[in-house]
Design a protein around this ligand. Structure first.
Ligand code: SAM
Length: 456
């Protein structure tokens, strides 16, 4: 097999990244946007020792699960790599990921629920963070082609709220009008690196964030004056990121005009969200995710609850009125400030929030003898650390409710909890990210009879 060769392939499976999988002369070939059951004529793009990558030249036999999307193939592979699959089959794909990971871990007796469908299949994202670069002499917004920093200009982001797309394009045009230079990452000069827009689904308020190389630039007053005229925009923030780095946001934000938080709502609770705070990006699916987790936690009025990886307090504050006390842990300073503000905003007095790393704070609490009843964890993709798991178990909770955005680290961590005599019998996938391969899920671990002794 060699690069640029064209071969016919029968697709037998889908990889975790939603690439069609085929076998050819002992090699595994990953074909972008191909579906199981299809026969495709494919061009080989890259050859490694045991596997290769290819792209479709022609579909010779089409899967009945395929939907025609207008997206260009490059856009689709970067932003919405499941967009060519019928939505109900996307849900199956996500469920199968969990099933396969459990099988690999020899955990076949665990039930995996049907993936809970998202109320919106496109345009659901309440936040966009898009790179700004110069392409052919003009400032453009778009996305980086896979595994590169080549900007593909774009104005319609497909999974993002169309109101956000409208503001992204309006701000792009203002930056062009005042000839603000885009960031040049090779020479670490220019100005605007990323453009972020967040929108509250409940109030319609939008926050615009310009991620810039400098904390001020000549055209900023004119840019700000025009951005303030865009309907729906309630604030402009300049995020200062002076470093030569791939990290998107710098540590400092400067409020240029308006509010530095937007107001949103989940269920009957109000939330204020700062620019650097995490907020679930699928606004309509979030309450359904939380309700599932809270229902399965079966909370009691005397319960002491931990909300680890709390963000702005959304989970902890949703349960606070039904339990004795909530303690939240979060590493982002602004998110802790938001969580405290949000407790006040909703007249909640039994929820306290602590700044720091969960894997450091939890062992301290365990050492000081804290006892808990339910621990909610909602970590980033890398999952939990053994230190956190040990400490959480030491506080003796009856239940641990694990909300995960990465089934691979979830299954790894669930096995560690099992070693500490916590058991689980089902995982419920929830689709927070339609059109993409990302899988969210809820699992409840229960303490078995003898685990309190083992834990202490
Ligand atoms: C997936 S988000 C969940 C936030 C919140 N539970 C929600 O539903 O909106 C994970 C959160 O963990 C925070 N985080 C990341 N690493 C952390 C750590 N080591 N300790 C505590 N919080 C951390 C992130 O800042 C983020 O707010």
């Amino acid at each position: 097999m060699e690069k640029n060769q064209i071969i016919d392939l029968e697709i037998t499976d889908l990889s975790y990244e939603a690439m069609g999988v085929a076998h050819y002369n002992g090699m595994t070939v990953f074909v972008t946007n191909a579906l199981p059951g299809e026969v495709v004529s494919a061009k080989i793009l890259k050859v490694k020792k045991n596997f290769a990558f290819a792209k479709i030249e022609k579909i010779k036999k089409e899967s009945p699960d395929r939907v025609k999307v207008k997206l260009n193939q490059g856009v689709q592979s970067g932003l919405a790599s499941l967009a060519h699959i019928k939505y109900d089959k996307q849900l199956d794909f996500k469920r199968n990921q969990v099933v396969n990971l459990l099988k690999k871990a020899h955990l076949e007796n665990i039930e995996v629920g049907e993936t809970l469908a998202s109320p919106e299949e496109v345009g659901y994202r309440n936040k966009a963070q898009v790179p700004v670069r110069e392409v052919n002499g003009q400032l453009e917004i778009g996305f980086f082609r896979r595994h590169s920093h080549d900007l593909m200009p774009l104005t319609h982001f497909f999974t993002t709220d169309p109101e956000i797309d409208r503001v992204l394009v309006a701000v792009r045009d203002i930056l062009r009008k005042y000839k603000v230079p885009a960031y040049d990452e090779i020479n670490n000069n220019g100005e605007v690196r990323y453009l972020e827009v967040r929108r509250s689904k409940s109030t319609g308020e939008m926050m615009v964030i310009l991620v810039c190389l400098h904390k001020d630039f000549m055209q900023l007053p004119n840019v700000a004056a025009e951005v303030s005229q865009i309907p729906g925009v309630s604030g402009l923030i300049l995020n200062h990121n002076p470093k030569k780095t791939n990290v998107i946001l710098g540590p400092k934000d400067y409020l240029v005009f308006g509010n530095d938080q937007i107001n949103d709502q989940i269920g009957d609770l109000k939330f204020r969200i700062s620019s650097q705070s995490f907020f679930q990006i699928n606004s309509l699916q979030t309450p359904r995710l939380y309700n599932l987790a809270i229902k399965q936690a079966d909370l009691k009025p005397d319960d002491v609850v931990i909300d680890a990886y709390s963000g702005i307090g959304t989970i902890g504050l949703s349960v606070a009125k039904h339990v004795k006390a909530v303690r939240g842990i979060e590493v982002v300073r602004d998110a802790i400030k938001d969580a405290k503000d949000n407790a006040k905003l909703n007249d909640i007095t039994n929820a306290k929030y602590y700044l720091g790393k969960a894997e450091e704070i939890m062992p301290r609490w365990a050492k000081s003898g804290l006892k808990t009843d339910v621990v909610f964890v909602d970590p980033p993709r890398k999952g939990l650390t053994p230190e956190f798991i040990n400490a959480a178990v030491k506080t003796g909770p009856k239940k641990i409710v694990y909300i995960s955005c990465n089934p691979a680290t979830l299954v790894r961590d669930l096995q560690l909890f099992q070693e500490k005599s916590y058991e689980f019998n089902r995982i419920d996938p929830v689709d927070m990210f339609p059109q993409t391969p990302h899988v969210e899920s809820v699992t409840v671990l229960k303490r078995t009879k003898n685990s309190r002794q083992t834990a202490l």
